[in-house]
Ligand binder design. Structure first.
Ligand code: SF4
Ligand code: SF4
Length: 382
C-alpha cells in the first residue's frame, strides 16, 4: 500500500522537542547501543528514518518510542550528536497528541502559553467555586466536622466526579492507541485468547517498570518508581481515605504515615528532577521541553500547599488551613483534569499498554511469518 509522506514532519516534531534529527546519517550506533532494541523492535534508528522520510502514518503506528526509557546511552554514542534519545521523547509527546481525540494535548505540547492559560483558568474556577461553596454552606473558621468550610464528604464526591471524567478521557485515548498500533493493522491478526493471556503485562509493567531496570544506570528507574508510587499512594488516600486525612487536628498515624511517605517521595523526586534539569546532570535532563517545567511546577505547588495546609490544620489554625486547602485544590484540579489525560501523567497509562500491545504484535507477527505447517505449532507456543 502506498504511504504518503509529510515533508513537514520534522518541523512538526520539533515543536514537541525533537532536535538535530537531520544530522542522523544512519550509522546504527544508537540501535546497537540501546539495551531494549532487538527482535522486531529495532530502534531508535528506524524511528529516526521514519521521521526523516516524513512517514507520518508509520510513525503513528509504531510502539517503539514507548519501549524507550530515555537512559540516554544512544545519545551519548551518536557520532553526529543527533540526540536520538530526545527524539524518542519528542515522539512520545507527539504520539500522546495523536491518541488524544480532543486535540487538547496537541495544543498544550505545541504552545506552553495555551497550557499555562488553561491551568490558570481551571485553577481560578476551582478557587472561586470552592470559596463560594465554602462561604455558602460552611464557616471559614471550621476545618472539619459540623459546619466545615470544605466538608470531606463534598470534596470526596467532587474527587470521584473528576476521576470518572479522567477514566473516560484516558480510556478513549487508550482505545485509539490500540487501534493505531494493533487493532487497525490488517496485517496483524491477534486472537482474542492472546489478548486475555497477555493482559497481565499491563499491571506488571505499570507497577514494576521492570524493563526500565535494564538500563545500565539504575537511578532513573528508582527515581521514577518512587515518583509513581508516591503519586499512587496519594491518589488512593484521597479517593478512599479522605475523611481520615481531614479529621483532626490529632494525627492519625496510619493514614498520615502513608501520606507523609508519599509527600516525601513527591517532594524528593521533584527536587531531584528540578536540580537535574537545571544542572543537566544526566543525559535525559540535557533538554527540557516547556511541558516538563509546567509538570514540575504543578507538582511543587501541589506538594508545598498540601504540606503547609496540613501543618496549619494540625497546629490548630482552621481559617488559614482552609485558605491553603483552596490553594492546594487550585493546583490539584488542573493537575488531574489537564495533566493526566493530556500531558505527561498520561504516559503512566500508555507505557504499560505499549508493553502489552508490543507483545501482542510480536506474537501475531511470529505466527504470520511462520511456514504454514509450523504455524499451528507457533500459535500453540505463542
Ligand atoms: S541517530 Fe546517531 S547513532 Fe543513531 S543512526 Fe543516526 S547518526 Fe547513527
Ligand atoms: S534513550 Fe536509551 S532506551 Fe531510549 S532509545 Fe536511546 S538507548 Fe534506547
Amino acid at each position: 500500500m502506498a504511504v504518503r509522506a509529510n515533508p513537514h514532519l520534522i518541523e512538526e516534531l520539533e515543536k514537541y522537542g525533537a532536535q538535530d534529527v537531520v544530522k542522523c546519517y544512519h550509522c546504527g550506533n544508537c540501535s546497537a547501543t540501546c539495551p531494549f532494541s532487538g527482535g522486531t523492535y529495532l530502534f531508535p534508528r528506524k524511528s529516526m528514518r521514519y521521521l526523516q522520510m516524513g512517514l507520518e502514518s508509520r510513525l503513528r503506528a509504531t510502539l517503539e518510542p514507548w519501549l524507550c526509557y530515555y537512559c540516554g546511552e544512544c545519545s551519548d554514542q551518536c557520532p553526529r550528536e543527533a540526540e536520538p534519545g530526545e527524539t524518542m521523547m519528542s515522539m512520545r509527546r507527539w504520539l500522546t497528541s495523536r491518541y488524544d481525540f480532543t486535540g487538547i494535548s496537541a495544543l498544550f505540547y505545541r504552545s506552553w502559553r495555551a497550557e499555562l492559560i488553561a491551568i490558570v483558568v481551571v485553577a481560578l474556577l476551582t478557587g472561586i467555586g470552592l470559596t463560594i461553596f465554602g462561604l455558602t454552606y460552611g464557616d471559614l473558621n471550621v476545618y472539619d466536622g459540623e459546619g466545615a468550610f470544605l466538608p470531606a464528604a463534598a470534596i470526596h464526591r467532587f474527587d470521584w466526579a473528576m476521576a470518572i471524567v479522567l477514566v473516560i478521557l484516558l480510556g478513549i485515548n487508550c482505545v485509539r492507541m490500540w487501534w493505531f498500533t494493533v487493532g487497525g493493522d490488517r496485517g496483524v491478526r491477534v486472537p482474542l485468547r492472546e489478548y486475555l493471556k497477555l493482559a497481565f503485562l499491563v499491571p506488571l509493567h505499570f507497577f514494576t517498570q521492570k524493563r526500565f531496570r535494564q538500563c545500565n544506570e539504575k537511578r532513573p528507574w528508582a527515581v521514577h518508581l518512587v515518583l509513581m508510587f508516591s503519586y499512587l499512594t496519594m491518589l488512593i488516600l484521597i479517593m478512599f481515605f479522605l475523611h481520615y486525612l481531614q479529621d483532626g487536628p490529632a494525627i492519625n498515624w496510619v493514614a498520615h504515615g502513608f501520606g507523609y511517605a508519599a509527600a516525601l517521595g513527591l517532594v524528593g523526586t521533584a527536587i531531584y528532577a528540578v536540580h537535574g534539569r537545571i544542572k543537566k546532570t544526566e543525559t535525559h535532563y540535557r533538554h527540557s521541553h516547556e511541558t516538563d517545567w509546567i509538570f514540575l511546577g504543578l507538582l511543587a505547588l501541589v506538594s508545598a500547599t498540601g504540606i503547609i495546609q496540613h501543618v496549619l490544620h494540625r497546629t490548630g489554625q482552621p481559617a488559614a488551613a482552609n485558605v491553603l486547602y483552596v490553594a492546594h485544590m487550585m493546583g490539584v484540579v488542573p493537575m488531574l483534569v489537564l495533566e493526566v489525560p493530556f500531558s505527561k501523567w498520561s504516559h503512566m497509562a500508555y507505557r504499560p499498554l505499549a508493553m502489552y500491545l508490543s507483545a501482542l504484535r510480536e506474537k501475531a507477527v511470529a505466527v504470520e511469518s511462520a511456514p504454514a505447517d509450523k504455524r499451528a505449532a507457533v500459535a500453540q507456543t505463542a
